[in-house]
Design a protein. Structure first.
Length: 115
């Protein structure tokens, strides 16, 4: 004895009921909390913008360190040359102090004023 399936109800289907007020409030509250967490993740103290700024600062400090190391290398080389090479000492004395050897003549050439 098998029973026949029940016939489908005819006519329009019943309208879904609106979610209870409490469920809607919970969704809005969760959305608000998610928005706050997202904003904090982007602009917060340890957020994305702070991370980008820290990386930029790190790169500029790293560049300054590289330039300082290069300058130190150049200064070490100049100090070595001044200790070991008398011509280097003479070159610096002539260039920076304006010194000349006995018997040399110094000529200062100035440009004429244009009228």
């Amino acid at each position: 004895m098998s029973e026949a399936p029940a016939p489908a109800p005819s006519g329009p289907s019943p309208k879904p009921t609106a979610p209870p007020r409490r469920g809607r409030f919970t969704r809005y509250l969760l959305g608000f909390i998610a928005a706050i967490l997202l904003a904090d993740a982007i602009v917060g103290e340890k957020g994305l913008l702070s991370l980008i700024k820290a990386r930029r600062d790190f790169q500029s400090v790293e560049q300054a360190l590289h330039e300082s190391r290069q300058h130190n290398t150049e200064l070490r080389e100049q100090a070595r040359r001044l200790r070991e090479d008398a011509k280097a000492v003479e070159e610096v004395a002539r260039r920076e102090l304006g010194l000349i050897k006995p018997g040399e003549k110094l000529f200062i050439v100035r440009e004429a004023e244009k009228k």
